[in-house]
Design a protein around this ligand. Sequence first.
Ligand code: DGL
Length: 282
Amino acid sequence: MAHRASIGIFDSGAGGLGVLFECLEMSRGVRYYYLSDEAHAPYGSRTEQEIASYVREGLQIFAALGVDAAVLACNTATAACVEEMRRAFPFPVVGTEPAVRLAGRAGCKHALVLVTPRTAECARFRALLARERERFTVFSPPRLASAVERFVTEGERFSLSDHLPRGAFGGVVLGCTHYTLVKEKIARFYGVPVFDGNRGTARRALALAGRDGCPPIGKDNHLEGANSTNKRLQSPCDFQTENEVIFLNSSKIYNRLCNEHMFLGRFLSRNVKISQDGGNFF
Ligand code: DGL
């Protein structure tokens, strides 16, 4: 039987679903494992050391499952420990970073960059901003990721005006994957273009999973300025085979996906089989 490429997607909660949706749109025949760490969320109010130890635990689970690549579908985890995880694991570890470059390329002169409080403090994020010429205003809403998590998993409504500053910006960069789940709402709130890194992350993960038999490629370490590898998207998608998503330890998200048409509809349209592994992973 042909090897089925498998990719582990990790986030503190539901934020990684945005990356997963992009992956599903671009692939067929891939098995995805989705692992969330609700027990320690929100990561935005944790220390870098704490986050690194939780992420390591998560990636160990992926290692035991034999994934081809892992995605930190979490800007906070990426900022805190992606390099450490790349050194610790044999498979490629793809990170997610605020799409400030994308905003700059789109001609956005003064963007509001929304990140979690922890990301805002991380040296990796500071270095990312320092590489760009445009002007950015960074804002860290302390409770927005948790509000989005409850909205997605429990349907609890919230108002963006309780979390976000008013102001005139040329665009908004969503530097937390949770925020991308309410992207349209945020776009309406500011009335300007909104940018996120979900698609780039998904493309890179699919390329790195090595489905075309090419050796693993490059690094996306912006600190070294090497970021050309997203171009090599996997070619041979087997359109006869459906994707598969197995939720590990993410029962709230799984149940919501099964019960809510809003999310299930998106999945069904991608021809995907979803299931849950009820094991105790953390
Ligand atoms: N989804 C995560 C991110 O992209 C963080 C949310 C949290 O604070 O747990 O930063």
